[in-house]
Design a protein around this ligand. Structure first.
Ligand code: FAD
Length: 412
């Protein structure tokens, strides 16, 4: 496969690079002490959804100005049609834009709305829903969070119990969601609810609703993770009234809408560029005099080989992402290939974190960024990476998808 840019792609890449250089607000500076996750909006030192509503006026202004600059070009939701505020870019152009933003270490904007809910509404939404919700996402003015998982319903999502009962023109929703990424910053939620408790099989009794996060009866509680950061939250619904007009797809057919959304979730360029950058920083550090001294105290002779393996794996991941995009470019929806991408990327994240931590020997135990080599980036990554094999569907579930949908192996 040849991934060299064509002349047009190279021209677009240069345009994207110049745009980021010229339009990223100079006052929007990274907070180098902040934790960060693998969300593309959450580039080292930036967390766009949090910055947009945070207490620091400079960061808040910076986050909003960056969204406004991208929105001028339709580049918050680059792949959407222009009529809804997108730029009508091809899947490959969108990939190039994301790649250039990640390489320049600037945050993406409104990822959950632009890359998860938006494409799902384009497939399943009514004209009224598209007109009501897509432009706000494309301008970076309305943010969304995904409320699917519940206590006891993660991999076995079809067992979910949050209940919605029809009352005239509204559904009345009661129940609880958990692990909702960035839910504490979101204006709106897209949630799965049970509308038919007796459905057999269970996934035929689920409906997909759009819920206002500020509606009476919604309570959002951030959850603190093992790093002391709060990247997600739990959300409680008590008698929340949701207009029937905010149901996506038919009643009891929400499962299929959700599967479309999850296909988009697993299809992005992901964290490839972040891994590449982390690995090249590690190599650069280990070549320095300070790095050589630190590495000697802890690294075994196998370190060199481990780093070479990680380098190869990062290239494989990049190629998997390009392959998935090239399938999308030829009009296919992301399928099991996206699970290959997600599985390989998540496990690579953990291997990379272990390799980095091994390189620093005892210093890898230092948590304070100021005291630790390379600002403790691999120590923090080691803890962040624990969630990697869970957050977009667990590795076992990805393997099940690859085995059944990709290799057509029997289910039992
Ligand atoms: C950082 C992070 C962010 C998240 N963000 C969101 C979000 O924004 N919105 C949202 O809705 N959810 C979110 N989640 C939840 C995530 O989707 C679930 O954690 C995931 O689906 C797994 O569910 P669970 O945690 O209930 O684990 P379980 O499903 O209970 O899994 C426990 C273990 O059992 C294994 N297992 C389960 N079923 C099978 C099976 N059939 N075959 C083999 N092994 C199996 C799993 O692989 C796993 O190892 C997030 C999670 C994390 C960690």
């Amino acid at each position: 496969m040849n991934w060299e840019d064509t002349a047009e792609e190279a021209a677009f890449r240069a345009e994207a690079r110049a745009f980021v250089r010229d339009r990223f607000p100079s006052g929007y500076r990274p907070d180098t002490g902040a934790e960060h996750s693998l969300e593309p909006e959450d580039v080292l030192g930036y967390n766009w959804p949090a910055d947009r509503v945070g207490d620091d006026p400079e960061r808040r202004e910076g986050a909003r100005a960056w969204a406004a600059a991208l929105a001028e070009r339709g580049w918050i939701a680059p792949h959407w049609p222009e009529e809804y505020g997108g730029a009508g870019l091809s899947a490959l152009e969108e990939f190039i834009l994301q790649e250039e933003m990640m390489r320049a270490r600037v945050p993406m904007v409104n990822g959950i709305g632009a890359f998860l809910l938006g494409p799902t509404l384009l497939v399943h939404g009514t004209e009224e829903q598209k007109a009501a919700y897509l432009p706000g996402i494309a301008r970076g003015e309305t943010t969304w969070a995904q409320g699917f998982s519940e206590p006891g319903s993660g991999s076995d999502l079809a067992s979910l119990r949050t209940r919605a009962v029809r009352d005239g023109d509204v559904y009345v929703v009661d129940g609880q969601k958990v692990w909702t990424s960035l839910g504490q910053y979101a204006d709106k939620l897209f949630v799965l609810v049970r509308t038919d408790p007796g459905a057999e099989p269970a996934h035929r009794g689920i409906t997909f609703l759009l819920v206002d996060a500020a509606a009476p009866g919604v309570t959002v509680r951030p959850i603190t993770d093992l790093r002391g950061d709060a990247p997600f939250c739990e959300i409680f619904f008590e008698g929340v009234r949701v207009p029937v007009a905010d149901r996506v797809g038919e009643e009891n057919r929400g499962w299929y809408v959700a599967m479309t959304a999850l296909g988009f979730e697993r299809a992005g360029i992901g964290a490839t560029i972040k891994y590449e950058q982390a690995l090249s920083e590690l190599v650069g550090y280990l070549r320095s005099a300070e790095g050589r001294a630190v590495a000697r105290t802890g690294a075994g002779t196998s370190l060199r080989r481990e780093i070479a393996r990680r380098h190869t794996e990062v290239r494989v991941l990049y190629n998997l992402a390009r392959y998935t995009v090239s399938r999308q470019a030829s009009g296919e929806e992301p399928g099991y290939e996206a699970s290959v991408n997600q599985l390989f990327g998540a496990e690579l994240h953990q291997r990379l974190a272990r390799t980095g931590a091994a390189a620093f020997g005892r210093s890898a135990a230092l948590w304070g960024r100021g005291d630790a080599p390379l600002n403790g980036v691999f120590t923090h990554m080691r803890l962040d990476s624990v969630a990697a094999t869970f957050l977009g569907g667990t590795s076992e579930i990805q393997r099940n998808v690859i085995a059944t949908r990709g290799l057509h192996l029997p289910r039992r």
